[in-house]
Design a protein around this ligand. Structure first.
Ligand SMILES: *Cc1c(COP(=O)(O)O)cnc(C)c1O
Length: 381
């Protein structure tokens, strides 16, 4: 039985009638930009962000870009961000003319290492972008302590973590801005691109809101240079169909993760820490105080055997993927950055060689999960 890495149709087909009704509703109004669907979506999504203000956007990437623009971060400024994340986190920093400074990540959580972040602070550091990678929060107490001590802005990249929490506080609502993505592979996946920016501060939210629409206030008068970062009304209507089901999607991912943890931990050479002797496969774990929403279930395969496991699974028609094979400090587009931006990311480099994500989407069925476990067992034997 094939087990795809992700099956968006398995989640979307049961909602077909809802999507059709949403399409008809928007189609008949002829109102495709902003308007009531956008307002309703922003109102309805707010509770799973925990923030006070939400702006629907064209993508998660644009959420990060817009946050940087609203904070007026630009040339001469440095922004700390993890070396082990999706490209958008740092790409946006360069796009506003600022300099990304890459920070190493922790071995077990894959999230930003604050000890390393502190070591890479300079007088030019203006902001830090913690990423809540694979669906669980970075150590936000440590991030906020560092930020408060050095007057840094905090932009949470919660693209993979909408609804995740740390000590009960929702991902994205802790820093100055929180950024989310509705790319189809994210936990709340739309029918196309979409994103969200949230803030608690009224003035910051208003500034971002104006920049979302060319800094235009009133119509055709521009005091600031913004862009077009709007979400389509159709996309907002489609996301409204999925929102009421979001909690159940998360519960199923959590159940899938628990299943893997239980069954894989019994196999020889499998543990929850790379420190344990004889470990060949390290399982991901939910960190202390975190509510993990499992956007990815990411194994670490030691001993140079990751690519062999990947091939073994693909041969059995089990989807898997390497998130991420090249760290950001090693990307060609950042090679021109000063050495101070690129040094000291050894843990990230090791992750790039060891990680492999396996299917975790909500609609996986029991036989499929057993199939994944049995294939991994066969590899380890
Ligand atoms: C997906 C993702 C983004 C970008 O979101 P898009 O909606 O694809 O633009 C940014 N950061 C991280 C960590 C992501 O996973």
């Amino acid at each position: 039985m094939p087990v795809p890495l992700l099956d968006v149709n398995a989640q979307n087909y049961p909602l077909h009638d809802g999507f059709s009704a949403a399409f008809e509703r928007v189609f008949k109004t002829g109102h495709f930009i902003m308007g009531e669907e956008i307002a309703a979506f922003e109102r309805e999504v707010l509770p799973i962000t925990g923030a006070s203000h939400a702006l629907s956007l064209s993508s998660g990437t644009d959420a990060i870009l817009l946050a940087l623009m609203a904070l007026e971060i630009g040339p001469g400024d440095e922004v700390l961000c993890p070396a082990f994340t999706f490209f958008a986190t740092a790409g946006c920093v360069s796009r506003v003319g600022a300099t990304p400074v890459f920070v190493d990540v922790l071995p077990d959580s894959f999230n930003i290492d604050i000890v390393d972040a502190r070591a890479k602070l300079t007088s030019k550091t203006r902001a830090i972008i913690p990423v809540h990678l694979f669906g669980q929060c970075a150590d936000m107490e440590a991030v906020m302590e560092l930020a408060n001590q050095h007057s840094l802005y905090v932009i949470e990249d919660a693209a993979q973590a909408i609804g995740a929490a740390r000590h009960g506080t929702l991902a994205g609502s802790i820093g100055h801005f929180g950024c989310y993505s509705f790319f189809p592979s994210k936990n709340l996946g739309g029918l196309g691109d979409g994103g969200l920016l949230v803030a608690n501060d009224n003035d910051l939210a208003l500034r971002a809101k104006s920049l979302r629409n060319h800094g235009m206030e009133p119509k055709y008068y521009h005091s600031h240079i913004g862009g077009n970062f709007r979400m389509d009304a159709l996309q907002a209507a489609f996301l409204r169909v999925k929102l009421p089901h979001y909690a159940s999607y998360t519960e199923k991912r959590q159940a899938n993760a628990a299943f893997y943890q239980e069954h894989l931990a019994k196999l020889p050479g499998v543990s929850f820490s790379s420190e344990a002797s004889g470990t060949r496969l390290v399982l991901p774990q939910c960190g202390e105080g975190n509510t993990h929403i499992w956007n990815q279930f990411t194994l670490r395969v030691t001993g140079g055997r990751r690519d062999a496991l990947k091939q073994h699974l693909l041969d059995r028609k089990i989807g898997c993927e390497i998130y991420y094979p090249v760290t950001l400090d090693q990307q060609a587009c950042f090679a021109h950055l000063p050495e101070s931006s690129l040094r000291g990311c050894e843990v990230s480099h090791r992750h790039a060689e060891e990680v492999l994500s396996i299917p975790i989407y909500s609609e996986l069925n029991e036989p499929q999960k057993f199939e994944v476990v049995e294939a991994i067992a066969a590899f380890l034997n």
